[in-house]
Design a protein around this ligand. Structure first.
Ligand code: ADP
Length: 636
């Protein structure tokens, strides 16, 4: 504190002596107020809170010793310094009495000016140091007692714990009082697998002088907390380590996050391995089938037919895998929207059976389909409903030994819902796995006569699609080896809707009845060649182009009825090309079909905006493509 800002109360009933002391103090730069008796002095202490009271012992009303005692007894003024003085020559006994009454120092007359100032300054300095100490202690206390970390200080010489912060109780799940007798009692709560290591590390603390450890503590309720524990070595001015400061922090959340990340990482590796396997396995048969077609004369119709069957089955399988993957990604982003419309049960059941028939046949299963005679309608997306039932049929075929029995049964329940059951006599599902098979990437046993395949996404996808339809799905199984029954339940649309749409393959058969001019544009040579050969084989006339510029040139000469366009062309892309075509009066009326790898709603919107009539996702379903061609035939 700057002495000039210090306020001093000068108390003396002798006017002359008081005046002399006031002058001396003022000359030294202090502010001074005065009182001539004890009562006034106490009032001024309360009102003005001086830094120091220069207090004469002999006062007319209350003795100086008593005034001092009252100042020090009052909490609000206890820190005010008191320098006791006596005018008359006093003995040692008086001095002792004064100091015992609480005075901070005692000066006996005759008091020289410089002695007075030196004493006042010394006391003010002392108080300044004390208040700084108090402030720093307060700061330490606030920090140590309010952070969640546990703060400890050990004395090395005394082998004793000097301080541990209150956070200990919450972090250790034990009371600090347990440390009073044994400063190592914190080890009791340490997890039994970590305890010996920690005891050892602590015993070696001073040898190593580096300590940064992690361990677990177990709370009385059995819950486990992870702790990061660090020690810091405190040196005295002689540079000797004499204390250890320690901080123990709760890192349970970080540990949980770390473990979750690790699990996710393992899962990802596992998933990628499965994915690679799944994507690769259809490629083998496809390659072999192609080789076979090369080597065997095309006149050998049976072999060629077999090879074609293999290729188309494996391609379907690949496409389904990729579709499932994309669906999972879209569903998890909430991007799947159903094309809701009235759907008749027979329509999607037939489609589901058609797509899974090859798998069922190849494993020699007997499939029985039982559907009611009446037409049952519901609101939904027929493609998705076929996907749901197809998935269950596919699983039934996969998880049943060759030559098994699969039953697909649909009926109206007494509650007026549509219930579909897919039953197999396969490997069954253990009770404890029933809930988890519907979660993403959950995979279980494989039929003993099959290698592991699939990605563990089918049922999770099915469940979500069922929920999007407002339906329910559940599974029943008497246990391992006892077969499974998957049930679906959907609300029925109670309305006669008899304008059933054709659900068979007539499109494919009828497609060739009117020859069209079709221009196919794709930079993938294999893709254009195959598509054009297909259309040729159905009696259409085709031309191919591999980029936008030659496509425009071809189109002008050829005047196609239909243009099948890949969007991802080099240079000018498919959108731009579609716009250019639409602007040409001679060719602008052709039916434009976009075939692309991008299938989001946004991609569809962009395609329609660019002038396309239809948007198909690769690999384009041949039936869809031919369906569009057929409608184009009607228009021509
Ligand atoms: P994937 O078939 O690719 O493993 P799914 O999500 O379709 O993935 O199925 C998850 C798991 O559920 C399968 O790994 C299998 O253990 C079990 N499961 C599914 N359908 C059947 C079934 N019909 N019989 C026995 N287990 C089945």
């Amino acid at each position: 504190m700057n002495s000039s800002t210090a306020l001093i109360l000068n108390v003396d009933d002798n006017d002359g002596a008081r005046y002399a002391k006031t002058r001396t103090l003022q000359v030294a730069g202090f502010q001074v107020i005065e009182a001539a008796n004890g009562t006034d002095a106490l009032a001024l202490v309360t009102e003005q809170r001086p830094d120091l009271v220069l207090l004469d012992v002999k006062l007319p009303d209350i003795s100086g010793i008593e005034v001092c005692r009252r100042i020090k007894a009052e909490p609000a003024s206890a820190t005010v310094l008191v320098l006791q003085t006596s005018a008359a020559l006093t003995g040692r006994a008086d001095k002792i009495r004064g100091l015992e009454g609480g005075a901070d120092n005692y000066l006996a007359a005759p008091i020289e000016a410089d002695e007075l100032i030196a004493n006042v300054n010394a006391l003010l300095r002392l108080r300044h140091t004390q208040s700084e100490l108090r402030e720093s202690e307060e700061r330490f206390r606030q920090m140590a007692e309010n952070i969640h970390d546990v703060f400890w200080i050990f004395s090395i010489a005394e082998k004793r714990l000097l301080y541990v912060s209150p956070a200990y109780d919450a972090l250790w799940g034990a009371s600090r009082s347990g440390l009073a007798d044994d400063s190592m009692a914190w080890l009791d709560a340490v997890h039994s697998e970590d305890r010996e290591r920690m005891r050892h590390r602590f015993a070696q603390l001073l040898d190593n002088q580096h300590y940064d450890e992690q361990f677990r503590v177990v709370h009385p309720d059995g819950s486990v907390r992870w702790i990061r524990d660090r020690c810091f070595f405190v040196k005295n001015p002689k540079q000797e380590i004499y204390r250890i400061a320690r901080i123990s922090s709760d890192i349970s959340d970080a540990k949980d996050a770390e473990r979750a990340l690790q699990d996710a990482d393992n899962h990802k590796d596992e998933f990628l391995a499965t994915l690679a396997h799944e994507l690769r396995s259809p490629l083998g048969p496809i390659r072999n089938a192609v080789e076979l077609m090369y080597h065997v004369q095309s006149s050998n119709a049976d072999t060629h037919a077999l090879a074609r069957k293999v290729i188309s089955r494996q391609v379907d399988h690949l496409a389904r895998l990729v579709d499932d993957l994309l669906d999972v990604a879209r569903i998890s982003k909430g991007k799947i929207t159903l094309q809701r419309m009235p759907v008749e049960l027979g329509m999607f059941i037939q489609a589901a059976v058609e797509t899974t028939r090859p798998v069922i046949e190849i494993r020699n299963h007997a499939l029985e389909v039982v559907v009611p005679d009446e037409k049952i309608w519901m609101i939904g997306d027929s493609v998705r409903l076929a996907q749901i039932v197809g998935n269950l049929l596919n699983n039934a075929a996969k998880y049943t030994l060759r030559g098994g029995k699969i039953l697909l049964n649909a009926e109206r329940t007494s509650m007026g819902n549509l219930r579909i059951m897919v039953q197999d006599n396969g490997i069954g599902i253990a009770e404890e796995r029933k809930a988890s098979i519907f979660t993403l990437f959950a995979q279980g046993d494989t039929a003993p006569d099959r290698a592991q395949d699939g990605l563990g996404i089918g049922l999770s996808l099915v469940k979500q699609l069922v929920h999007l339809h407002g339906g329910k799905i559940w599974v029943e199984s008497a246990g391992t080896g006892k077969g499974s029954r998957f049930f679906l339940e959907f609300p029925i649309l109670e309305r006669e809707l008899d304008q059933a749409q054709p659900a068979d393959n007539t499109i494919l058969r009828d497609a060739a009845h009117q020859a069209l001019k079709i221009l196919i544009v794709d930079d993938n040579v294999d893709s254009v060649n195959i598509t054009s050969m297909l259309f040729d084989s159905l009696g259409h006339e085709t031309l191919i182009a591999q980029d936008a510029i030659s496509a425009m040139a071809q189109a002008k000469q050829f005047r196609p009825d239909v243009i099948v366009l890949d969007i991802g062309l080099p240079g000018v892309d498919g959108y731009e090309l579609a716009r250019m075509i639409r602007e040409q009066p001679d060719i602008g009326r052709a039916t434009l079909i976009a075939v692309t790898g991008y299938g989001t709603d946004e991609d569809k919107r962009k395609a329609l905006e660019a002038g396309f009539d239809h948007h198909l996702v690769k690999p384009a379903n041949l039936q869809n493509l031919l369906g569009i061609i057929k409608s184009a035939q009607r228009l021509v």
